[in-house]
Every structure is written in C-alpha cells, then in structure tokens.
Design a protein around this ligand. Structure first.
Ligand code: BGC
Length: 339
C-alpha cells in the first residue's frame, strides 16, 4: 500500500509504504528510507507502535537531529578527525560533531529522496544513487535498502551496495524502540536488555573509541544477564559519565546479539546481524516532538544499531568497513518480535 507522506519544499512528493507479514505491520518512507512505524501486538492482542518517529516527511526533514528511524550511510557512527586514508589518499569528510564525523556528516542518506524499486505485500526496496564524492567518500555508489516482514514476527533490513571506486560502506538503521508503545514515554528505562557481547569499546570525552576492547565483567556495561536498562545507567563509571549514559559499541558475540523485553506488555525483540558490532544508545540526548505531538525526551527510547565498530577506519586490527571497486556490499539485520 502506498500513501502520501507530505510534499517537500522543492515540490517532491514523499510516500509512505505499508508492509505486512509475520503478524506485524510496518511503514517506511522513501524520504530518507526511514522506518516510520512498527505495529506489534502485546500478550493480550493489543497493538502498539514500538518505534519513535514523526507524522510526515517534513518532520523527518526538519526535526530529526536524533536520526529517528533513519537509514544511516555511507558510514554509521563516528570517524575521528572526519578524515582517514584509502589507498594512500586522504579522504576528508565534513565534521559535524566537533572535529569528528557523526553518521557521515550534515548530508546523510536519511535526508535524501530514495526511489522505490520493488514493493510486495511484505516488503519494500528503495534505491539511492550516491554520487561520486558524496559526503567526501570516493566513487559513485548504488545503494539498496529492503525492509521485509517475514514469518515469526521478523523485520529484516537488508542493505546492498556497489561502488565504482574503493570506498567505505557501513550502513545501519537508527530506530529508537519503546516496546511499551511509543506513546508510553516513561517506559523505556524499565525495559530489560540482554547483550551477550563480552567486550565494549570505551570512548574518550569526544565519543571516539580509545582503541581498548574492555571486558564488561564487573562493570555496569555487563548485560549478559538480563537487567533493566535504567538499573546501572547512572553508576559512577567513566565510560557512562563521558557519554552521559549508555552510548557504546559492543562486540557481536552470537545470535541474537541483543534482546529487549518489556515485562508489562510481554513484547520482546531479538536482534540478529552479520555485522561485527552493535551500538546501544539509551537516548541520552533525545529531544524531539514526534508522532501526534508526543514529546520524546531524555532516555525515552533506545537504539540498537548494528554496524562496524565506531572509527574502525583508524583501527586495522578491527573488522574493516572498506569495499573494493565493484565489490558487492551486503548486510542484514533482523529484529524479531514476539509477544
Ligand atoms: C550516537 C549518539 C547520537 C545519536 C543521534 C547515536 O548513534 O551514538 O551519540 O547522539 O546517534 O545522533
């Protein structure tokens, strides 16, 4: 199903695509390839929208400093000094967080119009042509994102891409989840999280990884046994103090690499991915007016962003986000809902 999602200032019509399958319904817009809503039943069959977002495309265009539902690319997360090397050539991006690049700078993929290439009842595929030199990255890249709903409550996000020069491709989805329903704004910190990852990346005061992979053992970063997100978030512990709460990358150790649970509604979401890392961000800077005018504030939704480790372009010892000219980039992340 296709509906209008508003008209952009340049006159472009933005569209909203509805997909259904596996017991859930989702909507996706071609403006920024944002995931707009995910409707999931609770244990009594009451359906709620479990992702934060806006009512129309212009909400995503003007109000979305927090990247709600965004498709982030070419490179998710941070690059120190907004600069790195490919094949002995220095690549320079536009800094947008101090001296550093966050989510590829001011002209992210979430601010572009994508083109519909395929729609079926349970899936939609969008395409973006990222021109030569886009955001400072080499080469012209064709990027595809597919949202598919599959049996057993699975929302699958599939990324494909190819570039005509050696470049970086490291896309993610930046949805904020609140399994109680996006309108129950005070519920997120009471939800339980499991992250089996044994290590996380501590950051410096500028949110850039120090290079250490630190064991979670005996720290507030240990989510190997389920605990409420809010339980340890204010513990005096330098990585939490530097970032104002959870906003870190964990290793992806196994499948699923994260499970979020809302004990009240009975909803659960398990995250699986082929990416090496997952950023758990507890919405510490969240401040948006969202769907139906609902104010989304401090820690009222959580993002679980699958990706290469932040700033991995400067850490050859970690898995690398580089692709060669003509090489097929493919990545999949599944959010599996149950209730
Ligand atoms: C980052 C946060 C940032 C948020 C919104 C997350 O991926 O880790 O530090 O505030 O994106 O930009």
């Amino acid at each position: 199903m296709k509906a209008s999602f508003g008209i952009l200032p340049d006159g472009t019509q933005a569209n909203l695509y509805t997909i259904t399958g596996g017991g859930i319904t989702a909507t996706v817009t071609d403006f920024g390839a944002h995931l707009v809503s995910v409707l999931v039943p609770d244990r009594d069959g009451n359906v709620s929208d479990v992702v934060l977002g806006f009512d129309d495309a212009n909400g995503y265009r003007t109000g979305n400093g927090g990247y709600l539902g965004a498709t982030v690319g070419r490179n998710a997360n941070r690059i120190k000094g907004a600069s790195f090397m490919i094949d002995d050539v220095r690549i320079r991006l536009t800094p947008n967080e101090g001296e550093n690049s966050l989510h590829s700078g001011p002209n992210g993929f979430h601010l572009r119009m994508w083109e519909l290439v395929r729609q079926r009842e349970n899936l939609v595929t969008l395409h973006l042509l990222s021109p030569q030199g886009d955001q400072g990255f080499p080469g012209k890249a064709d990027i595809y994102v597919t949202y598919a709903l599959e049996k057993g409550g699975q929302l699958k996000i599939i990324y494909d891409g190819v570039c005509d020069r050696d470049t970086v491709l490291n896309l993610t989805n930046h949805s904020y989840f609140n399994l109680a329903g996006q309108e129950k704004t005070d519920a997120a910190m009471g939800q339980e999280l499991i992250i089996p990852g044994r290590f996380f990346n501590p950051d410096d005061a500028e949110n850039i990884p120090t290079g250490e992979l630190r064991s979670v053992e005996g720290t507030p970063m240990d989510f190997r046994i389920p605990k409420a997100i809010g339980r340890d978030i204010n513990t005096p512990y330098e990585p939490l103090e530097f970032q104002g709460g959870y906003d870190h990358n964990w290793e992806v150790f196994c499948t699923p690499c994260a499970i979020l649970r809302d004990p009240d509604s009975g909803r659960e979401m398990a995250v699986s991915t082929d990416c090496p890392g997952i950023q758990f961000y507890a919405g510490n800077f969240l401040n948006e007016t969202g769907k139906g005018g609902i104010p989304y504030g401090y820690r009222q939704g959580v993002a679980l962003e699958t990706q290469f480790y932040p700033d991995s372009v400067h850490h050859p010892e970690w898995p690398q986000p580089f692709v060669k000219a003509g090489q097929h980039y493919h990545s999949e992340t599944t959010y599996k809902f149950s209730w």
